[in-house]
Design a binder for this molecule. Structure first.
Ligand SMILES: [Zn+2]
Length: 247
């Protein structure tokens, strides 16, 4: 009698656990997106460390991430067709005409989002102006190298910067050529210490924009992985990626 009761309890427990798991599984996959993380280029921007920071976080959010050390992924039509987002850290380097075309078409014509930070997106493929047209900016200088500067939140209502206060960074202060179409969420102001003629210039640090059908998120923060130990910087990058993943 007692054994029968124990077996019944066991069976009910198994059924309960299985059904509970299937609910979790369904919820878990409802918002699951397909992401391509492409890393490489200049090693000083720590592409591997950034991969190890971002990919596990995306997977913990339930997304499927294809991790690629090669720009040839942009040639993979089957892969590019099913993507929701491309994340790229590939400083300087060169991209072939076909690789560039694969990326541009995915974003502009099929509405795949693009997100990235610092030189991995904003100083990649210096010869490719259409690529720069897509990103909305190109790095040209970081006067003084590693310096102390302030990031000012200029849109405290946007979901990416909501609730954040201005914060200090010790890193490269990016001076960029930027696109007026960018919706700028945070800026930094240069002083005369390293390049006297840019004293008082205010420069975008975080923006979002469109390129054709695609959404583009960018922040110039993140010369090295440890910049994202600053809670505000990590929050901005995470929220920017989340914004890029929304349809
Ligand atoms: Zn840098």
């Amino acid at each position: 009698m007692r054994e029968t009761f124990q077996i019944k309890t066991l069976i009910f427990s198994i059924i309960f656990i299985l059904s509970f798991n299937s609910v979790i599984y369904t919820q878990h996959n409802k918002d699951s997106k397909k992401i391509l993380f492409v890393y490489g280029g200049w090693e000083g921007h720590e592409p591997e460390k950034m991969r190890d920071l971002i990919v596990p976080w995306l997977e913990s959010e339930g997304h499927t991430v294809t991790v690629s050390p090669s720009l040839d992924s942009y040639l993979d039509k089957k892969l590019m067709k099913k993507l929701d987002l491309v994340l790229q850290i590939y400083t300087m380097s060169e991209i072939t005409e076909d690789q560039e075309k694969g990326l541009l078409k995915a974003v502009r014509d099929r509405g795949v989002s693009l997100a990235g930070w610092h030189g991995g997106l904003g100083d990649a493929f210096r010869k490719n102006v259409e690529y720069q047209f897509m990103v909305g900016g190109q790095w040209v200088s970081h006067p003084g190298g590693i310096i102390d500067y302030t990031v000012n939140i200029i849109d405290p209502d946007d979901p990416i910067t909501k609730g954040l206060k201005d914060f200090k960074v010790k890193s490269e202060q990016y001076y960029m050529h930027v696109d007026p179409i960018n919706e700028v969420l945070a800026t930094t102001t240069f002083n005369d210490e390293h390049s006297y003629w840019i004293d008082g210039v205010t420069m975008p640090v975080v923006w979002k924009k469109k390129y054709g059908k695609g959404k583009v998120f960018y922040t110039s923060l993140g010369h090295t992985r440890d910049v994202f130990d600053i809670p505000e910087a990590w929050t901005i990058l995470q929220r920017g990626i989340k914004w890029a993943l929304e349809k």
